[in-house]
Design a protein around this ligand. Sequence first.
Ligand SMILES: Nc1nc2c(ncn2[C@@H]2O[C@H](COP(=O)(O)OP(=O)(O)OP(=O)(O)O)[C@@H](O)[C@H]2O)c(=O)[nH]1
Length: 324
Amino acid sequence: MRAEKIPVTVISGFLGAGKTTLVNHLLGQNEAFRIGVVVNEFGEVGIDGQLIVSEQEALIEINNGCVCCTVRADLVASVKEMLDLAGHRLDRLVVETSGLADPAPVLQTFLADPDLRSQVDLESVITVIDALHLQQQLSDEIVREQIAFADTLIVNKIDLVSEEVLRAIQNEVRMVNRTATVVRSVNSEAPIDALLGTKRFSLPNLLMIEPDILEEEDHDHEHDTSISSCSVVTSGALDADRFHRWVNQLVNDQGQRLMRMKGLLNFASEARRFHFHSVHMLLEAMPGPRWEADEPRDNRFVFIGRDLDREQLRQGFLDCLHAA
Ligand SMILES: Nc1nc2c(ncn2[C@@H]2O[C@H](COP(=O)(O)OP(=O)(O)OP(=O)(O)O)[C@@H](O)[C@H]2O)c(=O)[nH]1
């Protein structure tokens, strides 16, 4: 076992706020540290692992559930696996929790598991806020918890809102968390010094918010069970026009309850894969790396939202494939 404890940064924030964008910013900007990443996604099909630009052996994905509840044991196992990586000296660890995760049980895991406690030191909790959607999300208990437990709050996507909205957000956020450092960003590009290298997490502060966090066997929280996910993994090439027509119509019709879509897509006649995102009505498709010659050109697509009609969504996606 190494002599010094490894600092851990926990990244929280609701669906689509910009957590993975932040992880890439940290990995891209930072030269001082070798960073291991554990990323948790709610969807049963992993997408984020392919979006994160890191050395493969320093990245572990946990899919199909939240590290705060259903896959909590996987979090412990993944962090231990990361710490044990033979000959792979990591300077620090970043844990990206799923957009639906309550941070409290995640923090409890780091503070209560004897093995983890002896090897890692919780440096800070960073919560990314989606400035465009925060006001509609604030009634959600999980969103408030994510803000409450933060040591640093990144108000992200400030390119999409006015100064007036930002001031309102600042006030609302302060009502939930009086002490966190608040920074604003576009594409989660907050200054590195504000993110890594300073111990901001304080157990006494945490105990003021959650006095029994160290005692509880299972932290008492519930997910909104009306939120679920479904996914499609399929080979075949997508017709770009058909896909764009379908997806635009879909967010137009269901953008309120269809909270998040993400995908890795194989468009016909494209040498590169495409990364696709939607957060409510906002859509983005960007070219990613070229497909390798021997790589299966699979499409992976995840839907997350309330009361999803899984079959209709899956079929809608499959209908965008070119006929064989
Ligand atoms: N306009 C705008 N878009 C942004 C900004 N930051 C991130 N995005 C976009 O928001 C979408 C979601 O970003 P991610 O980083 O994947 O969000 P996330 O929090 O990791 O999402 P989940 O893990 O699915 O909860 C992507 O399309 C990003 O390109 C920003 O500052 N401005």
